[in-house]
Design a protein around this ligand. Structure first.
Ligand code: SAH
Length: 216
């Protein structure tokens, strides 16, 4: 899917993988991290750090996520037994994780609530010509009911709990991965096991910007 057609640059492109690997094993996820040129998503003044495994500011008090956490969350989202079909991301930011997701899922939808960041992501992603990725401006806490159900949902911003609308937009058997908490946050993975049944696992500590309602 996604960036498969992208040509490798003549000079070997540095990769976000070496530092980001840290226990992430899924070969498809690691390959996606190799393919997506992270320098195309960072501000010009931050280019020297584009391939360092840290989050970086992208304006509007938001950040581009650390490659490790992007890889880890996508690995947690995947069920090795079946390919990911339709995936929703809440919090496009600069568009980096959306590009990585487009390499591992057949269809990716990503929502951003801050208009200038939605525009920034569009501009960052345009030259990559990713056919299976759709960006949406809006409040991701409401999900995307017109496209639901999703086989996977990833939140790139932390709420005190996972919004009900997102749980309802999961297909049966689907997974949702989200940072949950305020000052102290943990990754939570939720699996929809039935029409009115979800199970939840609390995993490692993490640090994300807050999930906020409404649009800006
Ligand atoms: N996915 C990005 C990370 C962006 S940071 C990456 O690849 O690096 C998280 C983003 O979530 C911010 O841009 C913030 O504006 C956005 N966000 C927070 N609450 C949101 C909501 N309710 N709906 C959509 N986006 C939201």
């Amino acid at each position: 899917a996604g960036l498969g057609r992208l040509h490798r640059p003549r000079r070997r492109q540095p990769s976000a993988v070496p530092d980001a690997r840290q226990g992430v094993k899924d070969p498809q996820v690691l390959a996606a991290l190799e393919i997506v040129p992270r320098h195309m998503f960072v501000e010009p003044g931050m280019l020297a750090q584009a391939y360092v495994d840290i989050s970086l500011p992208i304006g509007h008090n938001q950040t581009i996520s650390q490659p490790y956490i992007v890889a880890r969350m996508i690995e947690l989202l995947k069920d090795s037994k079946k390919p990911l079909h339709r995936v929703l991301e809440i919090g496009t930011g600069c568009g980096y994780q959306a590009a990585v997701l487009s390499c591992v899922a057949q269809e990716v939808y990503s929502i951003e609530r801050i208009k200038p960041l939605h525009e920034l992501a569009k501009a960052n992603l345009r030259p990559l010509r990713i056919a299976n990725l759709r960006l949406q401006y809006g409040d991701g806490m409401l999900g995307l009911p017109q496209v639901a159900p999703f086989d996977g949902i990833i939140l790139a911003a932390a709420g005190l709990e996972v919004p009900r609308a997102l749980l309802e937009q999961m297909a049966i058997g689907a997974r949702l991965v989200a940072p949950v908490g305020a000052q102290v946050q943990h990754l939570q993975r939720i699996t929809r096991t039935g029409k009115a049944e979800w199970t939840s696992e609390t995993l490692e500590a993490c640090h994300f910007v807050p999930l906020r309602p409404g649009i800006a």
